[in-house]
Design a protein around this ligand. Structure first.
Ligand SMILES: [Fe+2]
Ligand SMILES: [Fe+2]
Length: 269
């Protein structure tokens, strides 16, 4: 099974980048499933039905969230109804969103979960305990409910966290239990992709898809001024220097183990 995953797609620039890049990436990698982190889809703050429709129309099959997922109060109902949005599993059960998704195409099934880190992040439950619970209890229960799909099938974790230590620890913790641990949230791609010894693909951060002539998606002048003066100011999304940050995975659809992880960093004209 082949999977393409875009790191945090940021605002209009990010949506345009996916739309422009995906036909070429599809030709090159022929993915069965295309996923994206979409917590910054609507001008950096959460997502809306309109912005997510654009991403789906570009060919993305499902999206994961993060700490910004609930930034748009007007979208909370939509987060309840749109099952192709996967919210962080270690937030309250009452937080709008679907905590687990299985995408199916023919005989291929792909499970998707998302967890947020605890270090330098808004409060949430332990992602390690949540993954443990998910594997021990929810997975078998959900699996019975979901079309009787026989386990194992590949499961991808978007680990949305700030620190390299927490992400690396999650990689080791999840090794051999799920197919891939893909870090998101910092918007800066790391060059440490690998297959861990027990068969889990890992990268500390996939990076950001959108304007890289910016400070993690925001116009750089605004952020520099804020650091220079400490005076809060209004963020505006940048639209210069479009870049794809993504990973391509090859997973064994029978065992769930990863065979290959390829890091993608590509400028768009
Ligand atoms: Fe983000
Ligand atoms: Fe985030």
């Amino acid at each position: 099974m082949k999977v393409l995953f875009f790191g945090d797609v940021y605002g209009k620039a990010g949506r345009r980048t996916v739309q422009q890049a995906l036909p070429q990436l599809r030709e090159e990698f022929n993915p069965d499933f295309v996923l994206a982190n979409a917590e910054n889809l609507a001008d950096g703050k959460g997502l809306t039905e309109k912005t997510l429709s654009q991403l789906f129309n570009s060919g993305v099959d499902a999206v994961t969230g993060g700490n910004h997922l609930w930034d748009r109060t007007e979208s909370l109902e939509y987060l309840h109804s749109q099952k192709r949005i996967v919210k962080p599993l270690n937030y309250s059960e009452e937080a709008p969103g679907n905590p687990y998704l299985v995408l199916s195409k023919g005989d291929l099934h792909l499970g998707i979960i998302c967890l947020c880190g605890q270090l330098l992040m808004p409060p949430c439950d332990s992602p390690f305990a949540a993954l443990d619970r998910f594997i021990k209890y929810s997975l078998s229960i959900d699996n019975e409910k979901q079309n009787n799909i026989p386990l194992p099938y590949p499961i991808i974790l978007d680990f949305h966290a700030e620190t390299t230590s927490e992400k690396r620890a999650m990689g080791w913790f999840a090794d051999g239990k799920i197919s891939a641990v893909l870090g998101t949230h910092t918007h800066i791609q790391t060059a440490d992709e690998e297959i861990l010894p027990l068969g889990t693909a890992y990268i500390t951060d996939v990076g950001m898809t959108g304007s890289h002539n910016s400070v993690i998606g925001v116009k750089k002048e605004i952020i520099i001024e804020k650091f220079r003066t400490s005076v809060p100011n209004r963020f505006e999304s940048s639209d210069e220097g479009l870049q794809v940050n993504a990973v391509f995975l090859v997973l064994d659809s029978e065992t769930g183990f990863a065979e290959k992880i390829t890091r993608i960093k590509r400028n768009i004209d």
